[in-house]
Design a protein around this ligand. Structure first.
Ligand SMILES: [Zn+2]
Length: 88
């Protein structure tokens, strides 16, 4: 599976990537912004918007949903309705 660098089409660009060693070291210094857990090598992460500040951050793919309108990921638990029963 080889993918040539495709810089032309920024519209359809996804924010999904696999964790490599460099990413692992960088991201695990803070952990996952969504669940607070650590990442492991080869995991799929996405750059998503969420309840945190400072724009997109990498979180586990399973914790993100893709918004086709903005063509970007967002944190599920941030926008999921009726999941929390108390506001803190
Ligand atoms: Zn996570």
């Amino acid at each position: 599976m080889s993918r040539a660098g495709n810089m032309m089409n920024t519209k359809t660009r996804t924010h999904k990537m696999l964790i490599d060693l460099e990413m692992l070291n960088r991201l695990n210094s803070e952990g996952c912004a969504a669940c607070g857990g650590k990442f492991t090598l080869g995991e799929t992460v996405v750059a998503a918007n969420g309840s945190w500040e400072g724009g997109r951050r990498f979180i586990h793919e399973r914790e993100a949903a893709f918004d086709t309108v903005t063509a970007s990921y967002f944190e599920k638990s941030c926008c999921e309705p009726s999941l929390t029963d108390s506001s803190g």
